[in-house]
Design a protein around this ligand. Structure first.
Ligand SMILES: *Cc1c(COP(=O)(O)O)cnc(C)c1O
Length: 407
């Protein structure tokens, strides 16, 4: 019995070779197009402890947006000086710790302006550097792009109504604090190269307009990755470098990238097994042990790239009929749990495997504890060896911190 026998579906698998490919692509693109750069990793995208530790060893900084994420990366050995603290809801204690340790912090809220004044007053002999998250009307620069939200972003300080300038002036009025960075993460559905040119152009415009001498420009995440039909880091950072050079000097100003999904999606698959084949009136349903809740909890996906591994020993391919329609469904009792239709193709049988490609970037963690809990996560090493990074959650995990004795 080899290790394969214990790999019960459903499970996610991270292929180290593919992960290495995208890590190398990012590092090379930053090196070739700017040089003076920090690669951060967006912890919210996938906070699997194995992955965070692996990326730390690869030299990545942790980009965190909550006290829970902060605590997690600290437990995994990240240093305060190598953390980028972002997000609309921060904790004052962590805010002070990061700034005191020389980590990066991008302010986003009204209360952080009060906190920085307090820190400046309480520690007058120290110099502090902060960044500000910029909110600008990206749609007015590129009306043809599909934005994440129609009415625009809700994060950061607004450029158009002058609130960004007020925030900059307030920080600059403190004797020992400087505006050292701008943070311009923007989510678009189209993830086009042109959008990053606009984002970089906005950094140039704001730095010029308010005469800022910046030690960094943080371009955030939101890139495509892991798809041969789409742009990759080489295209994005070429454009970013071209635009930023109009005003910034790589010897003085760093760029920060905070990729999430683009770094890991190529490397992750989700493997499921057909458990039952049902004929209901004139429809054929394949019931599998994976679910839409594992792959698409936010119901934003329109397609499920996949490949099929037929159990040829039990059901030889030449003995299988061609089926006009087979609907692949999940294990849940929800009617909506139907993934995709296989049209005019070989019939599937119990024991066949459906493997979803580029699946699980977000959903290894963004996975509801619904009916079943977190699936297992396996790592496929570069030498082919397998390693269990997260055992599937069961009721030992689910029952912890519950009290049902007083029912
Ligand atoms: C979500 C997020 C990222 C990563 O986004 P991806 O689309 O996963 O690359 C980076 N920075 C910030 C501030 C984010 O909120």
């Amino acid at each position: 019995m080899g290790v394969k026998a214990t790999m019960q579906t459903p499970f996610f698998k991270i292929k180290e070779t593919d992960l290495q490919y995208d890590i190398a692509l990012l590092k090379q693109a930053l090196e070739d197009n700017w040089g003076n750069a920090i690669a951060g990793y967006s912890v919210k995208t996938n906070s699997l402890p194995w992955l965070l530790t692996y990326l730390k060893q690869e030299g990545f900084w942790a980009e965190v947006v909550s006290h829970t994420e902060y605590d997690l990366v600290r437990r995994l050995g990240y240093d305060d000086a190598k953390i980028i603290y972002n997000g609309p809801m921060k904790e004052k204690e962590i805010f002070k710790r990061i700034l005191s340790a020389g980590g990066y912090l991008n302010m986003d809220s009204s209360e952080e302006l009060d906190w920085i004044e307090e820190l400046s007053r309480d520690d007058p002999d120290r110099q502090f550097e902060v960044g500000l998250r910029v909110n600008f009307d990206i749609a007015s620069h590129c009306p043809e792009e599909e934005l994440a939200e129609e009415e625009g972003s809700r994060f950061g300080y607004c450029y158009e109504n002058g609130i960004l300038e007020q925030a900059i002036r307030r920080v600059q009025s403190l004797p020992n604090v400087s505006v050292a960075g701008l943070h311009l993460h923007s989510s678009t559905r189209s993830r086009s190269v042109g959008v990053y040119g606009i984002i970089a152009g906005m950094a140039v415009r704001i730095a010029k307009e308010y005469q800022l001498s910046l030690s960094y420009v943080d371009l955030g995440g939101g890139y495509f990755g892991g798809r041969d039909d789409k742009p990759d880091y080489r295209d994005y950072f070429k454009e970013i470098g071209r635009v930023l050079r109009e005003y910034f000097d790589p010897a003085i100003t760093k760029i920060i990238a905070e990729p999430g999904i683009s770094l890991i999606s190529r490397a992750i698959v989700f493997e499921t097994t057909v458990k039952d084949v049902k004929l209901i009136r004139n429809h054929k349903y394949l019931v599998t042990d994976g679910s839409r809740t594992n792959l698409n909890p936010l119901v934003t996906r329109h397609s499920y790239p996949h490949h099929i591994i037929y159990d040829e020993e039990t059901y030889p391919l030449d003995k299988r009929r061609t089926e006009p329609s087979q609907w692949v469904c999940g294990f849940t009792c929800m009617e909506y749990d139907r993934l995709f239709e296989i049209q005019n193709d070989k019939e599937l049988k119990p024991g066949d495997r459906i493997v979803y490609d580029a699946a699980g970037g977000y959903t290894i963690c963004l996975n509801p504890l619904f009916i079943n809990y977190f699936p297992a996560v396996w790592i496929e090493r570069q030498d082919g060896g397998l390693f269990l990074a997260r055992a599937a959650w069961g009721n030992d995990e689910y029952l912890q911190k519950n009290d049902w004795k007083q029912s």
